[in-house]
Design a protein around this ligand. Structure first.
Ligand code: SF4
Ligand code: SF4
Length: 340
C-alpha cells in the first residue's frame, strides 16, 4: 500500500469524512478568483490582502509541495440550547484551540501519523496558510456553492483542515455533488444584510459574520437592525440552502452547553471582561483581546433586535459599564425597547 492510501485509510479510521490531496500548482486559479471578486466588490485598500496571502503555502513552509485536505463532519453535533440563530455553527464546533474537541484530537493523531510515514507537514492554523475551501474543492472533496461555502454530498456543516506537506500525493475523489439548481437563489434571498447579492458575490464589509466577529463598530444603524438575533457569526445563507436538509445533529459536543449558556446576551452583560476572556474568548477567538467589550455591544444589539423587554433591568445595569461605547449602546438599546 502506498503512502496516499495509508494516510487516507488512517483518516477514515479516525473518523474524517474525507481526505484528499492537491498540488500547489492547483491553487493558481484562486488568485484569479480573488482578483475577480475585488473587481466586483471593491473593499477598502488591503481588504483582499489576507486572501491573497493564502495562495502560497510555501511562504510559510518552504518545503511544501502539496496540500493534504481533510473534511470533518460537524453536522453530527446538536446545537446547544439557545444557540441556534445566535452563534454560527462553524464557530460553535470549531476544533481549533479547543482541547476538548474530538476533531482536534483526530487532527493531532493524523499529524502524528504523517510524521510516522516520513512526511514533513505544517498544519493550517489561525491565521491560515492555505485557501481552505478552494483547496478542498480542488482536492475533489466537494463543491463551492453559490453562497461561497464548501459542500460535500451531505451539506456545508463541515470543518476543513489542511496540511502543507513536502511531497505530491494522489488520492481518489468521491463523485462530485450536484451543482446548484439553476435560478435557485434561496441563499441570496435569505441574507439579512444583502451582503450576498448574487451567485458568488458577497461583500465582506456587510456580512454579519464579519460585523459581529471582527468589526462591530463598522455597522451603521440600518445594518445593526438587519443583523437580527446573531451574536457571533451568521448561518442564514447556509440554513436556507436545500443542500443542507439534514437539520440538527444528535451528538453533544463536549462542554458546549456550558459555554453556550455563558454566551447568552444576559450572561455576557453580567460578566466582566476578564470573565468574558476566560469563558468565551479562548474559543470564539475572532473577537480580539483588545476588543472584548464588543461582546457586550453584540449582546445589546441582539437584545434590541429581538425585543427582549424581560432584560430591561439587565440593560440598565450596562449603563454603569466602565466602557463608554457599552454605556452608549445600553442607552440606545433601552430606547429601542421603549424603556427610557
Ligand atoms: S453569513 Fe449571513 S450576512 Fe454573511 S453572506 Fe451569509 S447570510 Fe449574508
Ligand atoms: S441556496 Fe440554492 S443557490 Fe444558494 S447555495 Fe444553496 S443550492 Fe446554491
Amino acid at each position: 500500500m502506498g503512502i496516499a492510501e495509508e494516510l487516507r485509510g488512517k483518516a477514515l479510521e479516525l473518523g474524517f469524512e474525507g481526505l484528499g490531496a492537491v498540488a500547489l500548482g492547483e491553487l493558481a486559479g484562486y488568485l484569479e478568483r480573488v482578483d475577480e471578486r475585488e473587481r466586483r466588490v471593491p473593499l477598502a485598500k488591503g481588504g483582499y490582502d489576507f486572501m491573497r496571502g493564502l495562495a502560497r503555502p510555501e511562504r510559510h513552509f518552504p518545503e511544501a509541495r502539496s496540500l493534504v485536505v481533510g473534511i470533518l463532519d460537524i453536522g453530527r453535533y446538536r446545537i446547544p440550547t439557545g444557540a441556534a440563530g445566535l452563534i454560527g455553527r462553524h464557530y460553535l464546533f470549531d476544533p481549533r484551540r479547543n482541547p476538548r474537541s474530538p476533531e482536534a484530537l483526530m487532527v493531532s493523531e493524523l499529524t502524528g501519523f504523517m510524521g510516522r510515514l516520513g512526511l514533513k507537514a505544517a498544519a493550517n492554523e489561525n491565521p491560515g496558510i492555505a485557501p481552505m475551501r478552494w483547496a478542498a474543492w480542488k482536492a475533489g472533496l466537494g463543491v463551492i456553492r453559490q453562497n461561497n461555502f464548501f459542500y460535500t454530498a451531505t451539506g456545508s456543516w463541515k470543518q476543513i483542515v489542511a496540511w502543507a506537506i513536502d511531497r505530491e500525493l494522489e488520492m481518489p475523489s468521491p463523485p462530485a455533488p450536484a451543482p446548484c439548481p439553476e435560478g435557485c437563489g434561496k441563499c441570496v434571498a435569505a441574507c439579512p444584510t444583502g451582503s450576498l447579492s448574487g451567485p458568488y458575490v458577497m461583500n465582506m464589509a456587510t456580512c454579519v459574520s464579519y460585523l459581529t466577529n471582527i468589526a462591530p463598530w463598522e455597522a451603521d444603524e440600518e445594518l445593526l437592525r438587519q443583523m437580527g438575533g446573531w451574536l457571533y457569526g451568521c448561518d442564514a445563507c447556509q440554513d436556507a440552502c436545500p443542500f443542507n436538509r439534514a437539520g440538527d445533529g444528535t451528538q453533544d459536543f463536549p462542554g458546549l452547553e456550558e459555554t453556550a449558556r455563558k454566551a447568552r446576551p444576559e450572561s455576557i452583560l453580567a460578566m466582566g471582561l476578564d470573565e468574558i476572556e476566560r469563558e468565551l474568548a479562548w474559543k470564539f477567538f475572532y473577537i480580539k483581546k483588545e476588543s472584548l467589550h464588543c461582546w457586550k455591544l453584540n449582546a445589546l444589539n441582539v437584545i434590541a433586535n429581538t425585543g427582549r423587554a424581560d432584560l430591561v433591568g439587565t440593560v440598565r445595569g450596562a449603563l454603569e459599564d466602565p466602557n463608554l461605547d457599552v454605556r452608549l449602546k445600553a442607552a440606545w438599546t433601552l430606547q429601542r425597547l421603549g424603556a427610557t
